[in-house]
Design a protein around this ligand. Structure first.
Ligand SMILES: Nc1ncnc2c1ncn2[C@@H]1O[C@H](COP(=O)(O)OP(=O)(O)OP(=O)(O)O)[C@@H](O)[C@H]1O
Ligand SMILES: [Mg+2]
Length: 264
C-alpha cells in the first residue's frame, strides 16, 4: 500500500541506486516491492539485469494506455520492475503533458498496486524539479530526499524544509511525510564530517539513514546486480539494510496508527 518517492534537488546523488537496493532490502523484510522509473534516463533497469537492448517500459508509445500490472517485470530478486522505457525526447514531452493535464492518470495507473496492503511502490525520480515529482508528491506517503554530505545540500535544505520541493501540481505541500538520507559519506573528508554534524542537528530523527561511499555500489551496478547480492558483507549493503529497517519501522507504525483510528 505505501508509496515512497526518492528525489533530490541535485543530480547524481544516488537516487536510482537507492531505489533499487532499498526495494530489495524491503523485499527481504517481507514486503512485495514494485520499483517504477520516472526518469527518461531509464537507468533503474540496469540494477536488475535487464538487457540494455530491451527498451520496454510504461512510457513507450505502445504501452502508454496499458495497465501497469501488465507491464512489470519480475526480476531475479523478486522485486517487480517497471522501467520508463527507451523513448525519444519528443515522446517524453507527451508523457509529461499527460501528467500535467490528466490529474488522475498516475493514481489510476498505481491503484492496483496501492490497494494491496503488502505491496510497497518505490518511485525513482529525475533530478531536480519536474512534473513527475509534482504528480508523485500528491500521492506519496513517504518522500525520501537524498542528499550528499556537501555544502550544496545545506544550501538546498530550506527549499525542502519549507515544502516547496515536494509540492503538488497546485503548489500545495505533499500529503506525505518527508525524511532524509545522506549518501556517499566519506569520513576522511573534513567537510563531509562537518556537514553530517549540521544535518544531524537540524534534522534529528528525520535523518532516516546514512550510506557511506562504497565502491562496491558502483561495481554492483556495473555488473547489473544489487549490492546485497554482489557484495553482501560490504558497508553499503549493511547501511542500506539499516535504512530499510528504519523505513519498515516507520511504515509499520503508520499502519498501526491507522488501525487504531479505524477501531475508534
Ligand atoms: N554510496 C555510494 N558509494 C559509491 N558510489 C555511489 C554511491 N551512491 C551512488 N554511487 C554511484 O554514483 C553514481 C550516481 O548514482 P545514481 O545514478 O544512483 O544517482 P542519481 O541520483 O540517480 O543520478 P541522476 O540524478 O542522474 O538520476 C552511480 O555511478 C552510483 O553507482
Ligand atoms: Mg537516477
Amino acid at each position: 500500500m505505501p508509496l515512497l518517492s526518492l528525489a533530490s534537488p541535485k543530480g547524481g546523488v544516488g537516487k536510482t541506486m537507492l531505489t533499487a537496493n532499498l526495494a530489495h532490502e524491503l523485499q527481504r523484510l517481507g514486503w512485495q516491492t514494485v520499483v517504477v522509473d520516472f526518469d527518461l534516463q531509464n537507468a533503474l533497469r540496469l540494477h536488475f539485469a535487464m538487457m540494455l537492448s530491451d527498451g520496454r517500459g510504461f512510457a513507450i508509445p505502445e504501452s502508454l494506455e496499458a495497465p501497469w500490472e501488465e507491464l512489470v517485470f519480475e526480476t531475479p530478486s523478486g522485486v517487480l520492475l517497471l522501467p520508463f522505457g527507451t523513448v525519444a525526447v519528443e515522446h517524453a514531452r507527451i508523457v509529461r503533458q499527460r501528467l500535467r493535464h490528466e490529474r488522475d492518470w498516475l493514481r489510476l495507473k498505481l491503484e492496483p498496486f496501492l490497494r494491496e496492503p503488502e505491496v510497497i511502490v518505490l518511485i525513482d525520480l529525475p533530478p531536480g524539479h519536474s512534473v513527475f515529482l509534482e504528480a508523485v508528491s500528491e500521492l506519496a506517503d513517504l518522500n525520501l530526499a537524498v542528499l550528499l554530505p556537501d555544502a550544496t545540500s545545506i544550501a538546498l535544505l530550506p527549499r525542502i524544509e519549507c515544502g516547496e520541493f515536494f509540492a503538488a501540481r497546485d503548489g500545495a505541500p505533499t500529503r506525505g511525510t518527508v525524511r532524509y538520507v545522506v549518501n556517499q559519506l566519506d569520513l576522511r573528508r573534513r567537510l563531509n564530517r562537518d556537514v553530517l554534524t549540521v544535518l544531524r542537528t537540524k534534522l534529528a530523527d528525520r535523518l532516516l539513514g546514512v550510506i557511506y561511499r562504497d565502491e562496491y555500489l558502483s561495481e554492483a551496478v556495473a555488473s547489473q546486480r544489487l549490492v546485497a547480492d554482489f557484495a553482501p558483507e560490504s558497508k553499503a549493503s549493511y547501511d542500506i539494510a539499516a535504512l530499510a529497517a528504519s523505513v519498515d519501522e516507520m511504515l509499520m507504525n503508520d499502519r498501526q496508527a491507522l488501525a487504531r483510528v479505524a477501531v475508534a
